[in-house]
Design a protein around this ligand. Sequence first.
Ligand code: GDP
Length: 202
Amino acid sequence: AQVVQAEFVKSSVRTEDCPSDGLPEFALVGRSNVGKSSLLNSLVRRKRLALTSKKPGKTQCINHFRINDSWYLVDLPGYGYASAPQELRTDWGKFTKNYFINRSTLVSVFLLIDASIPAKKIDLEYASWLGQNQVPMTLIFTKCDKRKKKKNGGKRPEENVKDFQELICGFFQTVPPWIMTSSVTNQGRDEILLHMAQLRNY
Ligand code: GDP
């Protein structure tokens, strides 16, 4: 399930503009600063691949990376920018929700949650929206290498993960699959790639 080839393909503004070759895809999404670019780079073992999507103007797009010429990793805009005006956030919502509902080749959304801090309302809302709309989802807990800190609620990543799972239980018929990761130690990297391979082979 390793990545031998990774290539940036395109940035799309609308779902209709996304690649039309029918290859299966997995979308990474999460609050800004959750560690999405770091995870993307760790998955493909490159330092700078995701930088393409961090260029000004590209952060608000759907960015497709073709892997091993057979499937896509998709980098979606981060949500919850504290500084973004309400209007922008609403646009963000419409834009990504349209993608989640209408992108037929989307196999699963990988929702990134920062395990080094207590559950955030916006993440719970996001998970609940995906659950209610029956969008297939995998929870990816990031920054699991971080030690507990008083200013972050004083809990270990394992405890934050457990709290988050308990909080979202009510939104799902079955608890979504989840993987604990760190881009510093590469924890969870192989597990994610294996999980993606299994989902593609269904
Ligand atoms: P993005 O905004 O979601 O793309 O987040 P980035 O990948 O740019 O990471 C945001 C910040 O979190 C950066 O300072 C990273 O160095 C840090 N970070 C990302 N992943 C990890 C991780 O697994 N462990 C730790 N300790 N820090 C991380």
